[in-house]
Design a protein around this ligand. Structure first.
Ligand SMILES: [Mg+2]
Length: 269
């Protein structure tokens, strides 16, 4: 625990929002203390909000259960893919889209819109495999010739992954949308944290206000920055992108609680 921090009274919070990668798990491994921590807050309303659009909420619930967590209701899991699809449906009913990304994004978009390579209102770029010369060509033609709008699921330039048990840095949504920006000159609408939509969807589901909620995340530039801007209290765990003793970026707000891990956070609850 950072010196000088005040004890965290959980009674002050109506609800908790949690990031997952780097907070609850890495790859296919639950982080130490994470299962006990989640068990300890089961009685507090909470939502999981993730910039990762690769898995559907159902698949995320499956994953958490497989890793040993109490299985959450998939309704409590909000991915940037789900948020993107909902936001687009609010802009235009039955929209046509061309998307580049993983299956979770397509599943989300197909609930509200129609995949169309010939005509699209939106070109949606999501994190994960999918981008290649052909998809880039199709996407930039839809934007330049048909005035489709460019949409990005999340702004992270890199994300952490695990392949064959080894940590690896993977390109995030912010990197994958970059070639589309370069080719078209169009800036995307970006959905994920630190932008407010994921948080606001969670507040709505839980029926709470930002000021009454705690955000727990591992990234000051997304999880903490977006939450602080909305007036939430914030807790940074140093089990993901930032390790103990790593200096935090100077352009990010200082979290209300800066802890080594979820066990330490639980201690001050
Ligand atoms: Mg994370």
């Amino acid at each position: 625990m950072t010196l000088g921090q005040v004890p965290l009274s959980v009674n002050k919070f109506s609800a908790i929002l949690l990031d997952m990668d780097g907070v609850l798990f890495h790859g296919n491994q639950a982080l130490e203390h994470a299962i006990e921590f989640m068990d300890s807050i089961l009685h507090i309303p909470h939502c999981f909000i993730t910039n990762n659009p690769i898995l559907s909420p159902q698949q995320v619930a499956d994953k958490l259960e497989y890793l040993g967590f109490h299985r959450p209701d998939s309704e409590s899991i909000i991915t940037s893919g789900e948020a993107t699809a909902l936001w687009l449906s609010e802009q235009k009913k039955s929209f046509h889209f061309y998307a580049v990304g993983a299956q979770g994004l397509f599943d989300a978009l197909n609930k509200f819109g129609h995949f169309d390579q010939q005509y699209a209102d939106y070109v949606v770029i999501g994190e994960g495999a999918g981008i290649d010369y052909k998809s880039l060509t199709t996407g930039i033609n839809l934007i330049i010739k048909q005035k489709a709008k460019l949409v990005s699921t999340n702004p992270d330039t890199t994300v952490d992954g695990v392949i064959d048990g080894k940590h690896i840095v993977l390109p995030g949504g912010g990197s994958l949308v970059a070639p589309f920006i370069a080719a078209t000159g169009q800036q995307p609408v970006t959905i994920g944290k630190p932008f407010p939509l994921l948080y606001e969807m969670a507040f709505k589901k839980l029926g709470v206000k930002a000021l009454d909620c705690l955000m727990i995340g591992d990234r000051p530039d997304t999880d903490i920055k977006g939450a602080a801007k909305l007036g939430m209290k914030t807790a940074l765990v140093r089990t993901g992108r930032f390790l103990p003793n790593d200096l935090l970026p100077v352009d990010c707000p200082v979290p209300d609680w800066d802890v080594l891990n979820l066990h330490q956070l639980q201690q001050i609850f």
